[in-house]
Design a protein around this ligand. Structure first.
Ligand SMILES: NC(=O)c1ccc[n+]([C@@H]2O[C@H](COP(=O)([O-])OP(=O)(O)OC[C@H]3O[C@@H](n4cnc5c(N)ncnc54)[C@H](OP(=O)(O)O)[C@@H]3O)[C@@H](O)[C@H]2O)c1
Length: 247
């Protein structure tokens, strides 16, 4: 199967291209570094020639609110139009668990816009909504730091290893289009506890306090805002402790 991974040079994309190639597929990494720009359309038609499946694991280079929304809109429109023209039969995208509950966050609004474009595109699709990557916990801690102290919400988080996200995407990419699927790590616990464990293990001396008033990148969190609630989610096997031991 020819599978084009848009964002195939990034954190998830590079892992995914390797996994698909190991499984005997023709996996093509596409991004600006390989001459493919989904925002301008440069190189897109050529890259999609003969593709059976396209996986979109791009991310906006700048995380300012207006730029992120413009990126996911423009990129999604161009990519999906190019897929229709090329006769691609399965579009796979990586989104975020709970995105539809977190519209107060500008980043989440941009991901919602991305999902809406996919739903309206007419291209058969699977959207894999993943929880926060273990690799993203440092960014969460940075965003929650006030005067050197990390303010951790008591809301639950169920983070997942980037390797497990890539493995789930590799499965999804070669299966039939399946709509929206949630993926989480094996354990849910309060954010302040996860951050405390993460910072201790990484030798970071910042104090972590529980703070029910702290928001999450602009969104207020309820207890289960960030975790799957359907009971049908797929679980990545790696625990935070296993990942920390490996890292
Ligand atoms: N962080 C989390 O915890 C989390 C959780 C759930 C879902 N997600 C989602 O996971 C996705 C991937 O995240 P990641 O951490 O793997 O991202 P990343 O490492 O920042 O990689 C982003 C990729 O997008 C490519 N890219 C950027 N602009 C492009 C453009 N105009 N045209 C073509 N390619 C472009 C980049 O390559 P070039 O620079 O070469 O263009 C790179 O390959 C994101 O959509 C994010 O919303 C993240």
């Amino acid at each position: 199967m020819r599978i084009v991974v848009i964002g195939g040079t990034g954190r998830i994309g590079s892992r995914l291209v390797g996994l698909l190639a190991d499984r005997g597929h023709e996996a093509v990494a596409a991004s600006r570094k390989t001459g493919v720009d989904t925002v301008t359309g440069e190189g897109l038609a050529d890259a999609l020639g003969g593709a059976d499946v396209v996986v979109d694991v791009t991310n906006a280079p700048l995380l300012e609110a207006a730029e992120v929304l413009a990126f996911f809109r423009r990129s999604g429109e161009r990519l999906l139009a190019a897929e229709r023209a090329a006769g691609v039969r399965h579009h796979v995208a990586l989104s975020i668990v709970g995105v539809d509950r977190l519209g107060a966050s500008a980043y989440m609004r941009a991901k919602i816009a991305q999902e809406e474009l996919i739903g309206e595109s007419g291209v058969p699709f699977t959207i894999l909504r993943a929880t926060q990557f273990f690799e993203f916990l440092g960014t969460i801690a940075a965003g929650a730091t006030i005067d050197g102290v990390v303010h951790g919400s008591p809301a639950l988080i169920q983070p997942v290893a980037a390797d497990d996200v890539a493995a789930a995407l590799a499965d999804v990419a070669v299966a039939q289009p399946a709509g929206v699927i949630d993926l989480a790590g094996p354990v849910a616990e309060p954010i302040h506890e996860t951050l405390r464990r993460f910072l201790t293990a990484t030798g970071d001396a910042r104090e972590v306090v529980e703070d029910p008033t702290v928001d999450y990148f602009g969104a207020h969190l309820e207890e289960k805002s960030l975790i799957p609630t359907s009971g049908r989610e797929r679980l990545g096997p790696t625990t935070l402790d296993e990942w920390l031991a490996r890292a």
